[in-house]
Design a protein around this ligand. Structure first.
Ligand code: FAD
Length: 468
């Protein structure tokens, strides 16, 4: 039997298939810790929606661990100071974490590791956040992939670790002075701006997964792009906070139905963007394709505000932006349309859109959000070619043909007939009257003309195209 080990939870708030917890439990006793990092709580990338979901999920984790005899210690501050202190108080020989991939997380872990080493304590990181680790999915020459399709082929052929068994009763250690002290959910930074968040915690997430595997997954390929269909899993926040093990989600969906191939590919995109972030960390602030660093974006705060508020005059864009504000979620197809609109129609810097999404999304995730934005802006790995400018009218007609999605989020258009839903400005004055939707009064006219905006984007991107 070895000595006490400290399990430091971060984005792995579960007891099922948690290699970090399993390893920590191999010692004589296990102490459990979560640190609210003040920089994450209040920093530029902070989100009250995410903080609220995290806090509620932590409280569920604390209860689950307590049932197994392990008190969860929760505190706020700088991990580089707190983790070594708690480890020393616990008399821990080692600290265990699930691997994290952003430059911020890597710098944090390096600082903690260095501080621990001063006391002769090791920091050991474990898989559990992704299905495959960076370094496991590489090209023949050992280099990283920057195009998804060959990555995906290799990813599918890569051996996976075995899920770890569920731990029953553990030998938990209480550290005096660090009893569970969850922050008060009423304090600033924790009050969600969304009207309702998903039910927090591992048990609720497992319920969502069970229901998805019993039903929705079978129709995923047919329905995933239709905005009002509810045809996707809605597991993104659960995966972001590690309420679910992505390895378990993949294994169970493979076992469920042959129709899960498309769903697995999305889980592979999640791995892909985390690998990209790991290998090409400059993407957090710069275009992946550095040639696009020369692209000059418009400084147009009024246009940016109209986009954020869902007042562009394009119903599919506006409905999506309202969905984000109201729920902290946006459908993937809508994320692509709104991101394309901001970067191509308005020529506003993708980093503005990325930051707005991160502020509101409950699933807001540096790797996936950055990957999605750089894809839409055509600056990223495997990006949409720059001449691909989504037509918001056609996208709406194709993926919200009945107008149900728009009607849900834009009550001003509730009585507009489906055929005019995605270009209401084309209604005659009589039709506008009949629909009680006068353009310019009840709903804005389009802020840019699609054909003109497209030409402007092509000229702009063409001028700064790589190789020119
Ligand atoms: C501009 C833009 C920003 C985005 N920002 C985020 C973000 O902050 N956080 C986030 O988790 N996803 C982000 N995505 C990816 C995707 O839109 C969401 O993961 C998806 O809409 C979540 O809904 P779901 O769980 O029902 O997805 P499903 O379709 O059921 O997919 C299952 C899971 O696969 C992963 N996934 C799906 N699509 C992608 C993708 N394109 N890239 C990476 N992973 C994917 C997610 O973990 C998701 O939960 C973004 C996409 C775009 C275009």
């Amino acid at each position: 039997m070895t000595g006490t080990r400290l399990a430091w939870f971060r984005r792995d708030l579960r007891i099922h298939d948690n290699p970090m917890l399993a390893e920590a439990a191999k010692g004589g006793a296990v102490a459990a810790l979560f640190v609210f990092d003040a920089r994450l709580l209040r920093g530029a990338r902070a989100s009250a929606n995410r903080n609220a979901f995290l806090l509620a999920s932590l409280s569920k984790l604390a209860a689950t661990l307590a049932e197994r005899g392990v008190p969860l210690h929760v505190t706020t501050g700088d991990p580089a100071a707190i983790v070594p202190h708690v480890a020393a108080e616990a008399g821990a020989e080692s600290v265990h974490v699930s691997r994290d991939y952003s430059p911020f997380a890597r710098a944090r872990d390096a600082a903690v590791s260095e501080a621990l080493a001063g006391n002769g304590i090791t920091l050991t990181s474990h898989p559990g956040t992704l299905i495959s680790e960076p370094g496991d999915v590489t090209k023949r020459d050992g280099g990283p992939y920057s195009v998804f399709t060959p990555f995906y082929r290799r990813w599918q052929a890569t051996n996976r670790r075995k899920p770890v068994d569920l731990l029953a009763q553990l030998d938990g250690l209480a550290i005096p002075g660090y009893e569970t002290a969850l922050p008060d959910p009423g304090q600033p930074g924790f009050q969600p701006t969304a009207e309702a968040l998903p039910t927090a915690g591992e048990t609720a997430a497992r319920g969502r997964l069970d229901r998805w595997l019993d039903g929705g997954i079978a129709h995923y390929e047919d329905e995933r792009n239709f905005l009002a269909a509810g045809g996707t899993s809605r597991l993104s926040a659960d995966l972001h906070f590690g309420l679910l093990s992505p390895l378990e989600v993949a294994a169970r969906s493979e076992a469920t139905t042959a129709a899960s191939a498309g769903f697995l590919a999305q889980l592979a995109w999640r791995d892909f963007y985390h690998h990209v972030l790991w290998h090409f960390s400059h993407v957090v602030s710069e275009p992946f394709n550095r040639k696009y660093a020369a692209l000059e974006w418009r400084d147009a705060p009024g246009d940016l505000d109209a986009w954020k508020a869902g007042e562009t005059g394009y119903p599919i864009v506006d409905a999506a932006m309202r969905e984000l504000l109201a729920t902290g979620y946006m459908h993937n197809r809508a994320r692509m349309i709104t991101a394309s609109f901001l970067t191509k129609h308005l020529l506003i810097d993708w980093r503005e859109g990325e930051a707005h999404f991160l502020r509101h999304l409950v699933d807001g995730d540096i790797a996936n959000n950055n990957g999605g934005w750089q894809w839409a802006a055509s600056t990223g790995t495997d990006a949409a070619p720059y001449f691909r400018v989504f037509n918001p009218v056609r996208q709406g007609q194709r993926f919200d043909a009945d107008g149900d999605y728009v009607r849900t989020w834009l009550p001003a258009l509730a009585n507009v007939p489906a055929r005019a839903m995605h270009s209401p400005w084309e209604m005659t004055p009589d039709e506008q009257q009949a629909a009680r939707c006068i353009i310019g009064r009840d709903y804005p006219a389009p802020m840019v003309d699609h054909a003109e905006a497209r030409q402007r984007a092509l000229a702009h991107y063409g001028d700064t195209r790589p190789g020119r």
